[in-house]
Each structure stands twice: as structure tokens, then as C-alpha cells.
Design a protein around this ligand. Structure first.
Ligand SMILES: Cc1ncc(COP(=O)(O)O)c(C=O)c1O
Length: 310
């Protein structure tokens, strides 16, 4: 029959399952895919935790006691492909977990997916930092078998996340999203959020002190398609905590992602990632921040230059 309206709910629709957080989505996904006690998850060696929030990435792995292994990342948090290829030879690897840090896509994701496919390994994209990012015109989250998203990290909702299923499986939704949070997601102007975050990031890049002995941008270019979570800087001239608290005194609230890595990641194997964790500070770029406020933040950093010991 030729119908007058679209009726097929499976046609041209994302298969998204909404949860109250990305970590709840991850827990349900792990429950569904890691069914054998030997099923191992291959994870990046830069995962943090805090006293208040625990580890949004690792807590589901701990809760379900899933065997894990880590692969190395470069200092810019892109996958170290040589190490990745070595680690993926473990025959117990069931799934690879890939984080697109701070909104910046993993540039080798197509090769990673191909390797996973050849070995029958599932690819899980963690898009908690990258709600709206694309790589070569293709939205992040659509490369792997599954992807996790966190709504409250990008939009002013209290909570909310979702699981994108590019592969058919059934998952339990024990912690569903609240209607208010879903409404905020549905009502968000993606175009405006993207434009503002990119404008703010570029403003930092154009106006930061290039001669600073206090800090440098960690990711000093904004490739097309990247919608940043924040503007990460690497503090070189003073203890990071000192900078964090000096900014706080001026009512500038920042975050350090992550100031503490999970104990499971061995410092002796990944000293460069511990070094990053000890020096990183993430400055806001969100849609409520004005260019004037960014000028204020950069000025507050400049004011600290005098305290740097040479
Ligand atoms: C990379 C990454 N993935 C997942 C999560 C979990 O997100 P949510 O707070 O929505 O559970 C977080 C934050 O904790 C995160 O930083």
C-alpha cells in the first residue's frame, strides 16, 4: 500500500535508548555485551575519578567486575596505534572503548573500526565529551557498534544521557531519563550551541598569551567538525592547584579533567599521561560564556605570570 504519511518507526530513525546518565547507559551496555566472565574490555589509559563523582567511565567496569586492559595514548590523547595493535591481539578482548576527549574525535577511528571488525570485536565510542562533533562530516558515535552520550555535560539539564545502538541488541533501561532532561535535549538549538562553543574556543586561541611561561593550550587548533567541551591548557609555570584556586578567588570556576587518574592505570607504564593529569586545567567554552568573560579569564591568567619562578 502507498501510505499518505510515514508510518515506519524503524525507518530513518536513530536507535537511541535514553538513560539518566552516560554511565548508566554504559552499565546496561556492558551487561548486554560482556556475558562471558573472560570477556575483556580494552580501555584508554587516561581515565579519571573524583571523590564526589567516582569514575563515570570506570565505575561500570568495576561494578560488573569486567576484566580490562589499557592501551596507550599520545600526549594529545589520540590513540597510540602501535600499542593499540599490540594490545588488541589478546584473544579475550570482547570490546574496545574509545573516548573522544574534550570533543576532539579520535582521528584513527576508521582504521580502529576496521581492525575491530576483522577480529569480531565490538567498538564502543564514548561521546560524553562530544555531543555534536563530526569527523570528516560524519557525526561521532556513528562509527562504532555502540556509543554513549552525556546530555548534561553540554546542555543545562540536571542529568541525562543516551546509548546509540548502531548494532541491534536489547538493553535494560533501569535508570531512564527524566522528562525535563529529555525536553532540554529536544529543545536545544544544536546550531547555536555548536557556533558558540567553536567561537569561544577560537577566541581563546586568538587571544591567549603566546609568550606565557604559565601555560600553553593543550590542543592548539580547532579542526572542522570539532565542537569542544572546554579549552584544555597545560600549566607549566605554577602548581596547577594554585592556578585553579587563584582563578576561583576571582569567581572563575574551572575543572581539571582529570586531576586524579584511576588507581588501576599504572603510573610507571603511563608517566606521560600522569604528567598530563598533574598539569591540565580545562577552561569553559560553553554557550553561556561571553567573549568578555574569556578576556577576563585570560587576564586572570596573565596576572599570575609574575608569580612564575624562572
Ligand atoms: C569521558 C566520559 N565518559 C563518561 C562519563 C559519564 O558521564 P555521566 O556523568 O553522564 O554519567 C564521563 C563523566 O563522568 C566522562 O568524562
Amino acid at each position: 500500500m502507498i501510505t499518505k504519511e510515514a508510518k515506519n518507526i524503524k525507518n530513518a530513525q536513530f536507535h537511541r535508548v535514553y538513560f539518566n546518565s552516560a554511565r548508566a547507559a554504559f552499565l546496561s551496555l556492558l551487561n548486554a555485551v560482556c556475558t562471558d566472565c573472560k570477556d575483556t574490555i580494552l580501555m584508554p589509559a587516561y581515565i579519571g575519578q573524583s571523590v564526589k563523582e567516582g569514575s563515570g567511565v570506570f565505575d561500570p567496569v568495576r561494578t560488573l567486575r569486567i576484566p580490562y586492559q589499557f592501551y596507550n595514548l599520545q600526549e594529545n590523547l589520540q590513540v597510540d596505534m602501535e600499542d593499540f595493535i599490540k594490545k588488541i591481539q589478546n584473544p579475550h578482548i570482547r570490546a574496545v572503548f574509545l573516548i573522544h576527549y574534550f570533543g576532539f574525535p579520535q582521528e584513527n577511528i576508521v582504521s580502529i573500526k576496521k581492525i575491530c571488525q576483522q577480529k569480531g570485536i565490538l567498538l564502543i565510542e564514548d561521546c560524553a565529551h562530544s555531543l555534536y562533533s563530526c569527523l570528516n562530516g560524519r557525526p561521532i558515535g556513528q562509527f562504532g557498534d555502540f556509543a554513549l552520550f552525556s546530555i548534561h555535560k553540554f546542555l543545562p539539564s540536571k542529568a541525562g544521557g543516551f546509548l546509540l545502538l548502531n548494532n541491534k541488541i536489547s538493553v535494560e533501561t533501569s535508570l531512564p531519563i527524566a522528562l525535563e532532561d529529555l525536553t532540554i535535549f529536544a529543545n536545544a538549538s544544536q546550531r547555536d550551541v555548536m557556533a558558540k562553543r567553536c567561537q569561544n574556543y577560537k577566541y581563546y586561541l586568538d587571544h591567549y598569551n603566546k609568550y606565557s611561561s604559565l601555560y600553553r593550550p593543550m590542543l592548539p587548533a580547532l579542526p572542522a567538525g570539532v565542537v569542544p567541551l572546554n579549552f584544555p591548557i597545560f600549566i607549566t609555570g605554577l602548581p596547577r592547584e594554585k592556578v585553579y584556586f587563584e582563578l576561583q578567588k576571582k569567581k572563575i570556576i574551572t575543572v581539571a579533567l582529570w586531576y586524579k587518574l584511576i588507581d588501576e592505570i599504572p603510573q610507571s607504564v603511563y608517566p606521560h599521561l600522569y604528567n598530563l593529569s598533574n598539569h591540565i586545567l580545562n577552561l569553559p567554552v560553553h554557550q553561556d560564556i561571553s567573549l568578555q568573560e574569556i578576556t577576563q579569564i585570560l587576564q586572570a591568567l596573565n596576572d599570575l605570570e609574575g608569580q612564575v619562578c624562572h
